[in-house]
Design a protein around this ligand. Structure first.
Ligand code: IPE
Ligand code: IPE
Ligand code: MG
Length: 234
């Protein structure tokens, strides 16, 4: 089968990685940075066009305050330190999710914007950071836009179909993921790209995210190549 055009990753297992070493959970998040950048290089090498990574879910606010605070500060720091490198690699950075949430600091919002603006014309790969992201909220927002367009008379009820809803998603130009990887052995979606992954292939490596490298990504792609996608056909 053809190689995946869009690979999406649920980067899971940072806390367990740290716990196994007697370290605080936050050390696992910090260690995840090396995995992430190794995978960016690997994805570029494999010719992947879209790489989406789940960095913070709408449910992750329920974690202890110090962990949430660390994750926010870490994201800001990472974008500041590494946006030039992403730009040099020709990676276009985009954020998907609710950045306007009042719990997101203005400083982080500014760094998100700076990374997006710097890399806007980069064409080697698009990297989507799913941040403060939840698939159900995303679908509800698209439904709200569709309803508003119906009320405004821009679309009639009879014309409401899959394409009409898809077109109203926040990132409507993102192709559906072909391959979804969740590390750490957990086998669930945790509210990630539910609509878009209707026909994605899933791979669940046991590796904890901070240990994940290009070779692991290649193994997942290899597994994908061996799958037979039928889309309901034969
Ligand atoms: C994934 O690792 C990172 C985020 C959710 C931000 P976890 O922090 O969920 O690690 P585990 O699942 O507790 O090991
Ligand atoms: C999903 O992982 C979110 C991210 C990887 C950012 P979680 O660790 O939050 O998911 P659950 O709680 O195990 O379902
Ligand atoms: Mg987890």
């Amino acid at each position: 089968m053809a190689d995946p055009r869009h690979v999406a990753i649920i980067m899971d297992g940072n806390g367990r990685w740290a716990k196994a070493r007697g370290l605080p959970r936050t050390a696992g998040h910090a260690a995840g940075e090396e995995a992430l950048f190794d995978v960016v290089h690997g994805a570029l090498g494999l010719g992947i066009e879209w790489l989406t990574v789940f960095t913070f879910s709408t449910e992750n606010w329920n974690r202890p305050a110090e962990e949430v605070e660390f994750l926010m500060g870490f994201k800001e720091d990472l974008l500041t330190r590494r946006r030039d490198e992403l730009h040099e690699l020709g990676v276009r950075v985009r954020f998907l999710g609710d950045r306007h949430d009042p719990r997101v600091t203005d400083r982080l919002r500014a760094q998100i914007r700076a990374a997006e603006d710097l890399t806007i014309d980069d064409t080697n790969m698009t990297m989507v950071f799913a941040f403060n992201y939840g698939s159900r909220a995303e679908i509800a927002a698209a439904a709200r836009r569709l309803a508003a367009d119906i009320v405004a008379g821009e679309i009639s009820l009879d014309d409401v179909d899959i394409a009409a809803l898809s077109a109203r998603f926040e990132m409507a130009d993102m192709p559906d993921p072909d391959l979804v990887i969740r590390t750490s052995g957990e086998q669930r979606t945790s509210n990630f790209l539910l609509w878009q992954s209707a026909y994605a292939e899933y791979v669940f490596p046991d590796t904890l995210w901070p240990d994940f490298r290009t070779a692991d990504l290649e193994r997942c792609v290899e597994e994908y190549r061996g799958r037979s996608r039928r889309f309901g056909g034969v």
